[in-house]
Design a protein around this ligand. Structure first.
Ligand SMILES: Nc1ncnc2c1ncn2[C@@H]1O[C@H](COP(=O)(O)OP(=O)(O)OP(=O)(O)O)[C@@H](O)[C@H]1O
Ligand SMILES: [Mg+2]
Length: 373
């Protein structure tokens, strides 16, 4: 059923059009308006697919209304009804985003045909207009290297992408290795992206690697010396655009408190602070968590994940909980075989059926289930 709103200041015209449309199967007249102001008020109430819009109307005319509608409701198809000799106005209306026009006086067939054809032409396009998103950000961080940030970032991204649109961003700018973990051969990197137009998603998109339908990845530069060319301003602009197109950004970082790292810690909704179970790592984590506190981060934002959890290492879950209190979040099982085979095959644990029932996968799934995105 095509829902149609008729906008014309002449009552008789509206009535004639309504009569014609009422006789036609598949059409439903959902409202009538005498001017542009009424149209704008009616839209949220009657939710039209198509608006038949006269140009000359009082208060807000058809041109202004068209401009506002196509900006605020890009899904609505505006068809202009114009009289002979209004070509300048008509040109403007099309410029403002009207999809089609019909010249008055028109007959029954012309009207029906124009609405049907225009609706058919644009209905699929409308499905493609995405609603603007506002992604949550999870930043992986640790004070000690090699504790599993990249392993966690990659596998969590794969798991979250079963239902959410996810972007995995490798901001370990010097030594980022996500490309290895997911076999991103012949890949483009953030280095190329920041040298292009950072304001537009269609430009950034060409530098993303599509892991699956819901997961895109932006890789770190290929050589460490490129890192210094990527500043905080570029990252800020990049995140602004990316946030609008994903439900979740997962950001992997290197081990440092650089400007870039601080910026993505600040921007994060959640910081997954990663540690292992050895005392050196735990001690470093404690210090790092204190730094987080002094930066003013809430304990709800900073979540400690103990990676490579194994009871045989002489530290119990209880010890960890007592030491880290409200910062403690989850443990991820120690499973060298699964992790190393995954790295060497370039296939994350989370997308390898072999590990479907593994404890490590269960612990990763527990994390994704415990976070509201
Ligand atoms: N849950 C786990 N079980 C067993 N081994 C693991 C686990 N997680 C990580 N590892 C091991 O730790 C190594 C380092 O992991 P990863 O590269 O993810 O750490 P990182 O914190 O990103 O390191 P870097 O600081 O160098 O970026 C892996 O190569 C793997 O051998
Ligand atoms: Mg890493």
């Amino acid at each position: 059923m095509i829902r149609i709103l008729i906008a014309d200041d002449i009552k008789e015209t509206r009535e004639v059009i309504k009569k014609i449309l009422d006789m036609e199967d598949g059409f439903l007249v959902v409202g009538e308006a005498q001017n542009g102001e009424e149209v704008l008020k009616l839209i949220p109430k009657v939710k039209p697919d198509v608006i038949l819009m006269d140009i000359n109307m009082p208060i807000i005319n058809g041109l202004e209304a068209t401009e506002r509608i196509t900006r605020e409701y890009p899904n609505i198809i505006v068809i202009i009804m114009s009289v002979q000799g209004e070509s300048e106005y008509l040109r403007k209306a099309m410029f403002y985003g009207a999809k089609e026009y019909i010249i008055k006086p028109f007959n029954y067939e012309q009207l029906i045909e124009t609405i049907k054809a225009t609706y058919e032409r644009y209905k699929d396009l409308n499905k493609m207009i995405e609603k603007e998103k506002n992604a949550k950000i999870i930043t992986l961080f640790s004070t000690k290297g090699g504790v599993g940030k990249t392993t966690l970032a990659t596998n969590l991204a794969v798991l979250f992408s079963q239902g959410k649109k996810v972007l995995l961003l490798d901001l370990d700018l010097q030594f980022g290795d996500i490309a290895v973990l997911i076999n991103g051969l012949n890949y483009k990197t953030i280095m190329e992206a920041i040298n292009d137009d950072l304001e537009s998603f269609s430009s950034i998109k060409q530098y993303l690697y599509s892991f699956n339908e819901n997961l895109d990845v932006l890789f770190a530069p290929k050589s460490p010396e490129e890192a210094e060319f990527i500043g905080k301003e570029s990252i800020e602009r990049l995140l602004d655009v990316l946030k609008k197109h994903y439900d979740l950004l997962i950001i992997d970082t290197g081990v440092n408190f650089s400007d870039n790292t601080l910026f993505v810690l600040d921007s994060a909704d959640y910081i997954f602070f990663t540690s292992n179970m050895d005392i050196a790592s735990l001690k470093n984590a404690k210090t790092g968590l204190n730094v987080m506190k002094s930066l003013g981060y809430d304990s709800k934002k900073v979540k400690l994940i103990i990676n490579r959890f194994n009871t045989k290492y002489g530290v119990s879950l209880r010890d960890i909980e007592e030491t880290f209190k409200e910062n403690f979040f989850k443990v991820v099982e120690d499973d060298e075989e699964a992790v190393i085979i995954s790295i060497n095959k370039g296939q994350p644990i989370a997308s390898n059926p072999k590990y479907k029932k593994s404890k490590i996968l269960k612990s990763l799934e527990d994390i994704t289930k415990s976070i509201e995105i």
